[in-house]
Design a binder for this molecule. Structure first.
Ligand code: SF4
Ligand code: SF4
Length: 293
């Protein structure tokens, strides 16, 4: 089974729009929206939720007012400033609590308990591009890396169950823990970038990551025609770093129009739709080449 992750150095590079188009072109893929901090694949593919599961991770401290004597001993023990006093009574700000447990350990009255933290939810849905596993992280909830791993694991299960041989992962932007959770062990990574100095910088960082995890990297320059020379320079850099240049996508106002209509770009006849179809074809050829003995 192939797991293809689509990533970018930062948000807003057209990564999600490309993932949706690829999923429709693939016809036989399971989608995994691993951009759990800012999931938006659902805005294009309008999923019909079939199963929903709570995502619990880590712990948070809670003060039992019946046991607390409001002595204030815990206040200065919290390094995260999560313990608050209001009119002489103590409580914990769940968005600031890191669950370290110090307050629970040192409270003389045993008034603090640590409870599992509800951090969000993950869902399995039907979409017009195939099954999709996606998630929602709660406000200020952390551990998105673990949620990403959960989404990937579930996508694999769905792929096996529905006998699909490809998982298309909409990865998180950047190079942090959630991205690492998205790309480690993937069959290939497609890095979407733009022809700007920051696009080049982000691409090189992403390539370091794919190299580290030994994931074959492909790149595509989106909106290449806003700075053709930079696009060329970026492609040269990518080649020098061992990546395969998959192709380019032109700047196209029709992309925003497609998003407004909850459509993938290839569901419209806007000019960049043909660029994306070309990219997909090239990508398939590359994958077939890799499969050859
Ligand atoms: S140390 Fe315990 S008893 Fe004292 S304020 Fe904190 S929670 Fe309440
Ligand atoms: S568990 Fe740690 S972070 Fe949370 S309130 Fe207690 S001391 Fe602060």
């Amino acid at each position: 089974m192939k797991e293809i992750v689509i990533i970018s150095g930062k948000g807003g590079t057209g990564k999600t729009s490309l993932t949706a188009s690829f999923a429709l072109l693939a016809q036989n893929a399971v989608l995994a929206d691993c951009d759990v901090d800012a999931a938006d694949l659902h805005l294009i593919l309008t999923p019909n939720i079939q199963k929903k599961h709570e995502f619990w991770s880590g712990v948070e401290a809670i003060i039992d007012p019946a046991l607390c004597t409001n002595c204030g001993a815990c206040l200065n023990l919290c390094r995260f400033d999560a313990i608050k006093e209001t009119n002489g009574a103590f409580h914990i700000d769940p968005t600031a609590c890191e669950g370290c447990g110090v307050c629970a350990r040192f409270c003389p009255k045993g008034a603090v308990r640590l409870e599992k933290r509800l951090c969000g939810a993950w869902m399995v849905s039907d979409t017009r591009a195939g099954p999709m596993v996606h998630a929602r992280l709660g406000i200020a909830a952390e551990n998105s890396g673990r949620l990403v791993s959960t989404v990937r694991q579930e996508a694999r299960r769905v792929a096996e169950e529905t006998k699909r041989d490809m998982i298309l992962i909409d990865g998180p932007p950047g190079i942090g823990c959630p991205v690492i959770a998205s790309i480690s062990g993937a069959s290939a990574a497609l890095i979407v970038t733009e022809p700007t100095p920051s696009g080049e910088h982000d691409l090189l960082r992403a390539l370091e990551l794919t190299r580290h995890f030994k994931v074959p990297a492909f790149i595509c320059v989106n909106k290449w025609d806003i700075a053709p020379e930079k696009a060329e320079q970026i492609e040269k850099q990518a080649l020098a770093n061992g990546a395969t240049v998959l192709g380019r996508i032109r700047y196209d106002k029709g992309v925003t129009q497609a998003q407004k209509q909850a459509k993938a770009v290839i569901e419209t006849d806007t000019p960049s739709a043909s660029d994306i179809k070309g990219l997909w074809k090239h990508f398939q050829q590359q994958m077939e080449k890799e499969n050859q003995p």
